[in-house]
Design a protein around this ligand. Structure first.
Ligand SMILES: Nc1ncnc2c1ncn2[C@@H]1O[C@H](COP(=O)(O)OP(=O)(O)OP(=O)(O)O)[C@@H](O)[C@H]1O
Ligand SMILES: [Mg+2]
Length: 289
């Protein structure tokens, strides 16, 4: 059965792909392709359905065909398989599917894909449509996301934390999109070399901003802490945490302000160094009266 795969963004550029709507994962499971969900910088995400269980899933197709993108996608799949916990999207499968690009060139090729838990939307969609989000709703999710970051930091630095990369699945908020992750293990090749335009435009840590200016500072776990705290600030206040932060800018409970302020310090020596340190501070603050 044939299916014209179209992604509104790609279509605008006159591109579309034809591929079978029946997609077979590496493990032999069959998925039926359904409607388009969203397009990121490197990939397009669709709904699909596992024919065996009749459960809906998300399928992410890599649309960047550079060698480094393929390596990053493999890394993303490996990380998703390795991490475990309630605040990561569940991994279901991956593989490669034949596709033909429509139009005069009609090039045939292969699209790599990843099957994961289907979320309802991303956190940016949620903040825009449902703000204000109550403390009762975000407090447990902040703890869950900080727990996920602590878990991820055992093997990788995310480097691309932003509201669009946090997925909302029912009441659970999930740390997603490991496409820019660098591995913590010594000697690992960095398949996403730190360049001047790397990382999410509006959610860069101070050190990532400095790199854009050509100042050589490393991106590490504390940069992820800064980015995650920026996202938390955005959830609570509906605004980006730019400039000098004062308690009068904070719409959440007072007990949480110091932990956010510390995680958003420019001076990285005084910031929590890892997701785990951030989580501990956050848990203490949440437990206070
Ligand atoms: N499992 C999922 N369920 C529902 N929607 C999803 C899922 N995964 C991704 N999305 C949606 O698709 C968008 C793009 O996905 P993702 O961030 O993984 O792609 P990307 O191309 O790597 O993004 P980036 O631009 O950050 O590099 C997300 O912002 C989200 O809105
Ligand atoms: Mg993304």
């Amino acid at each position: 059965m044939s299916h014209v795969y179209f992604d509104p963004d790609e279509l605008r550029q006159g591109k579309a792909y034809t591929l079978s709507s029946e997609i077979r994962g590496e493990d032999g499971r069959i998925y039926d392709l359904e409607e388009w969900i969203a397009r990121g910088g490197n990939a397009a995400v669709f709904r699909c359905r596992d024919r065996g269980s009749d459960e809906p899933r998300a399928i992410k197709f890599l649309l960047n065909f550079s060698r480094s993108s393929k390596k990053r996608f493999t890394r993303e799949i490996d990380l998703l398989k390795a991490v475990g916990g309630n605040h990561f999207p569940k991994y279901y499968g991956s593989g490669v599917v034949k596709a033909k690009r429509t139009g005069p060139s009609g090039v045939s090729g292969k699209l790599r894909f990843l099957i994961m838990e289907l979320a309802d939307c991303n956190l940016d969609d949620l903040v825009r449509s449902e703000r204000p989000i109550s403390y009762e709703r975000y407090a447990g999710q902040f703890r869950g996301l900080a727990t996920a970051l602590a878990e991820l930091h055992k093997s990788a630095v995310h480097r691309d934390i932003k509201p669009e990369n946090i997925f909302v699945a029912g009441e659970r908020w999930l740390l997603g999109d490991y496409g820019l992750c660098s591995l913590v293990a010594p000697g690992e090749e960095d398949v996403a070399p730190l360049g001047i335009n790397m990382g999410p435009k509006f959610w860069l840590s101070p050190e990532a901003q400095n790199r854009r200016l050509g100042i050589d500072e490393a991106i590490s776990e504390d940069s992820d802490v800064f980015q995650l705290a920026s996202v938390f600030w955005y959830v609570v206040n509906g605004r980006h945490p730019t400039g000098i932060l004062k308690e009068t800018d904070w719409a959440g409970p007072r007990k949480l302000f110091p932990v956010m302020e510390q995680a958003l310090l420019h001076c990285r020596d005084k910031r929590p160094k890892t997701g785990d340190e951030f989580l501990k501070g956050l848990e203490e603050a949440l437990a206070a009266q």
